[in-house]
Structure formats: structure tokens, C-alpha cells
Design a protein around this ligand. Sequence first.
Ligand code: F6R
Length: 615
Amino acid sequence: MCGIVGYIGKNKAVPVLINGLLSLEYRGYDSAGIAVLNNNKGNNNTYEEIEVIKDKGRVKNIQNSKKLINVEDSNIGIAHTRWATHGKPSKENAHPHLDNSKKIAVVHNGIIENYSEIRNFLYQNGYELYSETDTEVIPNLIHYYYNKNKDVLKAVSLALKKLKGSYAIEVISPIFNDEIIVAKKESPLVIGVGKNEKYIASDIPAILKYTKDFYFMDDNEIAVIKEDTIRFYDDDLKEKNKELKNIGWDAEASEKNGYEDYMLKEIYEQPKAIFETIGTTLNGRKIDLPLEEIDFGKINKIYIVACGTAMHAGMVAKYSIEKYCKISTEVDMASEFRYRNPIIDENTLCIFISQSGETADTIAALKLAKEKHSKTLSIVNVVGSTISRISDFVLYTHAGPEVAVASTKAYTCQLTLLNIAALYIAEKIAKNEKDLKEIEKVKEEIKLLPNKVKETLNTNQMIKKLAQKFYNSKDIFYIGRNIDYGACLEASLKLKEISYIHSEGYAAGELKHGPIALIEKGVPVIGIITEESLALKTISNIQEVITRGADVVIVTNKKIEDKNYMEVIKIPECISYLSPILSIIPMQLLAYYIAKNKELDVDKPRNLAKSVTVE
Ligand code: F6R
């Protein structure tokens, strides 16, 4: 994964680099480093040397380094925060990496799959390599080609042609005058434009406080960035034009604004985020989606493909799509879908859900669906991200920047938008008045969601107390049926990823086929019950775990008779297809407070990164 930042301009580079890295730490925090060109310009008005400051561990180690004083006046630099793939977290493996002549510095996000082959090639040509990383081959390869033709841009392009795998790279060198060269393939990279200054980052929030104007790099593009100009090239160095895009996000949205953690802030932002998502798509009684070109009458199958939380949104939405559109809908993990030769064609609609729009598996699955000529629609949060650009159609959730690794507001916005999209499709193919009437009813219910989510957040105090009881547990189970089962999967993922407690989301009726063996005295089991027709059945399953000693908590909007439950968490009434948008709120809070009780870093859980740009 990793995060990269860069700055060139009239101001000091180091504060931009450090701030950018701090905001990108969610992408990895095994080691960090910066490289700047120092300001002692030589006779040819070029910089003379590269200063590198890097260390194992978090960005704060760099931020607190005394060596920063030596480079504080520099106004060109690149920086990196690492999520280790090749080589353990260590100072030697930290980026930036230099070539043997120490004249070329590179930071890299991605994986160079053929790095051993290139290492051998470099050894044969007299180069030494000092780290275990795949990245160190890049500056040396650039140096190798530079020695041959003395043209840096050409050298970068020739080096990139040798690489197999994924990369977003930044290159600085005193050899070339006042510029940063960047390139990308299958790893994200954006360039922010200010007045006589340019910013580079793996994602928008890292540099959002400096600019709202961005270029989104495409695969196989190279850019030469100077203080006042940017030139874009394809991989054969043919110059090309690119459109500058203005991002509507405001900078405050990516700050903590008084909250202790981003995750808590983002949980509390849900009423607004859902409101914004509805506001851009549902006007009065009309659903406005840019999908006119799809002939939904011809669609006979829907696939929803995504990873993690985004996939859970798909699992929940499947029920409403099948109910309202009456089109058979399958949900698949992108990492499985991409390798299983799915049976899809031009009559299949493939929906890809992604907060970041940069998840490697989802991108690969999307490319496969396109190869097979199915219609591709993406539900994405980050404007201009790869998935949004390569799918045939895109719908944006308006969650704003999501910084905490654990996804919360993006998920509830995905669910909201998926339900709106389901109604849009249903309306296009509705066969009778009765269906249309039902659709109108659901639209009205959707508009009530922001207030209901706000009301659900009032469960906060009760959840805090519950977290104190549960935070020492070894296992926690979530059970539910049908649409509540999808909610259980997401509740369980939230808990395990930030609290490191083993947890399972299980279909309530399936528990007795194995996992019930794990239930003993004091094991917390949380039952989610919002699906009216199945409430009694789930209650029976809950009685089975109470009999075996479980401590049961119920999350419900139904009237439920107390049958020895430890707690009943009431959420607002709502039609069952929308209720997972509410039932997940107390579960997000529970995961959050359990992790806080364990004094864990909720925003940056171990081993995880926000945007998974490797396979
Ligand atoms: C969990 C979480 C991940 C992501 C998954 C997909 O809280 O955030 O499971 O949902 O990595 O990421 P996106 O949505 O960016 O494709």
C-alpha cells in the first residue's frame, strides 16, 4: 500500500511533506522518510545534493528528527510512509531509495514483481543494492539508462518499461533542474495545483488543505512537474493534455474537528453524509441518476463485486435489488471474482463498490467485466479515482473524505445509494401501479434516514457501558437472518479489525450447524432483529445460545419481550430493507469503544491500510 507525497514550489517543502505523510499514515506506518534537494545551487544553477532522512516506525520519528533543520529551506521534496511488502520494516528498507551515485532519489507505492530479475541485471552491470526492497532497483535502473543517453525523462521511461507490477513513483535529482518526475501504473497518484507550487500525493485528503484543483494520473502516464508547469506524457513520451478537476470537498472535512479520533468523527458525520448522498440523487419524487443509457429491460443478472466493508454493503443491497427490481443478484469478493471466470455478458450489470476507488482486486474485477462486455457501474466515494474513471457508469457517494481505516460513513452512504439505485432500476422496469406505489413509499422512507441515523447515535452512552463489559472478551458473535445477517457480517468486521477480538457474523439459523460449539458461559452474542417476518425465528436461535450461557444483547426496532437479555438496544422504526443503515450505527460505536477500552489506535489498526492497492 504505502503513501507518497511530493512538493515543489516557492514555499518550504518539509512541512507539506510531513503533514501529507501524517495524513497518509493510514496507508502504512512501518517506516517513513523524506528526500529533498538542498538549496546550495551549484555553478549551473542546479541543486548539488539530495538529503535523505528516514527511519523505522511512524512519521513522528521523522517529524522529531534533529536533521530536519538542515533541510528546512528546501522547496523540492518527496516523501513516503511504508506498508512493508518486500523486506522487513527497517531503516535500510525505508524509502526514499537512492541509486549508487546518490544522484537519484525515488519513492514508490506498489510492487515490482520482476525485481529479482532486475536486481540480477543491475549486479551484472556493476551496481550494488543495499536494501531488501523491490523499490531500490528503480533509481538504479534510471541511472543505468541515464548513463547511456543523458536524458533523464527518457531514462525514467525506459526504466518503467522494464518494470512488471504496479507503481506510483516520484523521482528527484540534482541532475535535472527544479522538477519532480512522477509516473503511475495501478497505484494511485494525484497532483494538486497551487499558484507557483505543485503538490503530489497518493490521495486527495493528504493535500486538500493546500488546493482543490487536481490532476488524476492515469496508468502508464509520466508527468514532469515544475513550480509553474506540468507536462504529461504517455509511456512513449508523446505529450498529452489532461483536464484539471476541481474537487468539491472542503479541507475541514479531513481534520478531526475536536473529536478524539477520525473514526468517531466519521461515525458522527453519517447523518450529514447520508443527507448529501440523498440530496444529489433524489429530488422530490424524482431519482436523478446518470444511467439513461442502460436498457434495464435487457439486464437479466446483476453482480455486485467489492472487498471488505464495501462487499458487505453489496450483500445487504442484494435483498432490496432482488425485492424491487426482481433481477437475480449475486455478490462476490473481487479477489475471487477476478479469478473464477464468471459467467457474464452484455446483459449482465456488474456493480463495483469502493470507497477509495483504488482497491487493486476491485479494479482487476472491473477490467475483467469490461473484457466480457458486461455493463459496468461503480459506486465510489473518491472523485476521479481509478474505478470511477474506468467503469462505464459511476455514482458517487457523498461521504466526504474517510480517513479512519475502518470504514463507517462510506458504508452507510453506499447502502443508501444502492437502495436509491435499486429504486431507479425498479421504476424503469416496473410492470404495474402497485409496484410504482411501493417505490414511492420507499423513497419517502429514504428521505427520513438522516434524522433516524441521528436518533440512533443517541445509543452512544448505552454502548459505552456495554463496551466496558465486553472489552476483555475472547470472542464475540453477531447473529441475524436475511438482511440482518449482512449487518452482522459488517458489525463483526468492524469489531475484529480495530479491537483484535475474534468475532464472527453468522446467519442465525446456521449457528447450530457448527459454531454453537463455541458458545459457553459469558460469551457475548449480539442478535440483530429488524426483519419482521423472521424475528421469531431469530429469537428462537437466541434462546439456544442463552441456554448455553451466552450473554445476549439485542439490536432491534421491534417490540421484543425481554427473555433474559443482558441489554436491548432500540433503534428507530424503519422498513426492513433500510434498517441495516441504522442497525450498524450502534455496532460501529461498540467496536470503537471496545477498542478505546483496550487503548488501541482505532484509526490505524495493526497490519491494515485504508486503501489496498496490492493484490
Ligand atoms: C473495513 C474496510 C475495508 C474496505 C476494503 C475495500 O473497515 O474499510 O474492508 O472496505 O478494503 O476498500 P474500498 O472500499 O476502498 O475498495
